[in-house]
Write a protein that binds this ligand. Structure first.
Ligand code: INI
Length: 155
């Protein structure tokens, strides 16, 4: 039998930072609700969770990196919604936010999860923020907890 290493999903004793953008607040607030619900249902109390609001998705990676390197959090959960408009703005922001969040994780070695929607339409965003396609905020929170557990197992 090969050795199998799998993370547990528990928020007990875990300090979480959530970076959430204010742009498209109607969607982002639902992603935040989903992430908070996931953390609390997995054992977190309010004092373990710090929520930091940034202006837009473009600002998420720099804040995520700062928090991940601060030494005060076990994981950083990134939440935002980039919705395509009539110009290439969407492409620039969505590429940078994904690359930047990944860089924050690589450079800090702290789990940084990606709950930033990149959608063509507002309907697609609504579907992924608590309607028929689940809640990507919830998913990002659970992924962060799993990675925290996995990294602890490898210590
Ligand atoms: N920010 C978003 O979070 N989502 C968007 O859809 C968006 N669009 O489409 O413009 C957006 N723009 C703002 C951007 O993230 C920065 O806050 C702004 O450019 C200032 O740096």
């Amino acid at each position: 039998m090969p050795k199998l290493i799998e993370g547990k999903i528990s928020a007990q004793g875990i300090k979480c930072a959530i970076v959430v953008s204010r742009f498209n607040d109607f969607i982002c607030q639902r992603l935040l609700d989903g992430a908070m619900d996931a953390l609390v249902r997995h054992g977190a109390s309010d004092d373990q969770i710090t929520v930091i609001k940034v202006p837009g998705a473009f600002e998420i990676p720099s804040m995520a990196k700062r928090l991940a390197l601060a030494g005060r959090f076990d994981c950083v959960i990134c939440l935002g919604a980039v919705i395509r408009g009539a110009t290439p703005h969407f492409d620039h922001i969505s590429a940078q936010v994904a690359r930047g969040a990944a860089a924050a994780a690589y450079e800090s070695q702290i789990p940084v999860s990606f709950g930033v929607l990149t959608c063509d339409t507002i309907e697609q965003a609504i579907e992924r923020a608590g309607a028929k396609s689940g809640n990507k905020g919830w998913d990002a929170a659970v992924s962060a907890l799993e990675m925290v557990s996995l990294l602890k197992m490898l210590d």
